[in-house]
Design a protein around this ligand. Structure first.
Ligand code: ADP
Length: 304
């Protein structure tokens, strides 16, 4: 085999109280990555507005890491077609990294296990977030709902209920270059034990909801009193978007990953169009347009 193409989905991280631990793959946007063997070196081909220097691109870093780790001599060309908008908290850099890790594994017949694939894809995140975190890449690689344990890395996956629906609003604003770094810097360094207890109880309820396939329990447990309040001011209109969506019947609303996208949790029984319009109206209070996508979970990256 000389060439392989893999498609990897967008994802939402945190789901409220599961900061840096929870991820959910979303059937909303996809990145497509084609790896082709070449004589030597690593080159990136793309028409999208992302870095083309391998050491600055999440896909390039994954290839650098995997070539070294598995002693692969061949050169690799990386062709990237972005579907996940970069910098909006939809796991864009992670989708490229996830697709690349899987493509590399298949192209060189490595037959890696899930945790190793996630570890390799996670190396790429250093380029965009400044630190390695595995929530988006785990969801994008494995699909469904994921719980990330570190030291050692161990990712648990649960298949979400089929009636779970998400309404994602991606505001059309200019995001700062180092957005993830900025949004991590505003999080409190110390928290009250009582706040941590409340967040932990909601996080546990979310996991229970996924295990019991209870979308209402998942949605009504999307409550974060630690990270969300400290980041809300970075998103124009966040409080209106959230209030409107809840009024329109969303079960829970929070920031998607490091933002600025906002995500509502609902079920097939909800009036999803009403929630979508309510979120749009919320952003409009700050004269901000947004793209709204109604979706379900994704089963993760796939060769095509
Ligand atoms: P997201 O949640 O969309 O991944 P981040 O802020 O974490 O948002 O990542 C976006 C940043 O990562 C941008 O600065 C972008 O230039 C950089 N980046 C590097 N490689 C890629 C890639 N392959 N796809 C998307 N963004 C990338």
């Amino acid at each position: 085999m000389n060439s392989i193409t893999v498609k990897a989905p967008s994802s939402t991280a945190n789901l409220g109280p599961g900061f840096d631990v929870f991820g959910l793959a979303l059937d909303a946007f996809y990145d497509t990555v084609t790896l082709t063997k070449q004589k030597s070196g690593i080159s990136i081909v793309t028409t999208d507005n992302i870095p083309v220097i391998p050491s600055k691109n999440t896909a390039g870093i994954v290839v650098q890491h995997m070539k070294k780790k598995f002693k692969i001599k061949s050169g690799v060309q990386i062709k990237i077609k972005k579907g996940v908008p970069p910098g909006f908290g939809m796991g864009s850099s992670a989708a490229s990294a996830a697709a690349t890790a899987i493509a590399f594994d298949r192209l060189f017949g490595l037959k890696l296990d899930d945790n190793t694939l996630v570890e390799c894809a996670g190396m790429g995140e250093r380029a965009s977030a400044g630190s390695i975190h595995y929530d988006n890449v785990s969801a994008s690689v494995l699909g469904g709902f994921v719980i990330v344990r570190t030291k050692p890395l161990d990712v648990l996956k649960i298949v979400p209920p089929s009636d779970l629906r998400l309404v994602v609003a991606v505001p059309k604003i200019i995001v700062p270059q180092k957005k993830t770094k900025v949004s991590r810097s505003v999080i409190p360094k110390q928290i009250d034990l009582s706040d941590s207890v409340i967040n932990l109880s909601n996080a546990a309820a979310i996991v229970t909801g996924f295990i019991k396939k209870d979308s209402e329990l998942i949605g009504s447990s999307i409550k974060d009193i630690i990270v969300e309040p400290s980041r809300a001011h970075l998103i124009p209109g966040f409080s209106s978007v959230k209030k409107n969506a809840l009024k329109a019947g969303a079960l829970g609303v929070t920031i998607s990953g490091a933002g600025p996208s906002v995500i509502s949790f609902a079920t097939t029984k909800s009036n999803l169009t009403k929630i979508a319009n309510a979120m749009k109206k919320g952003f409009r209070t700050k004269k901000t347009d947004c793209i709204v996508v109604i979706c379900k979970f994704s089963n993760g990256a796939k060769t095509i």
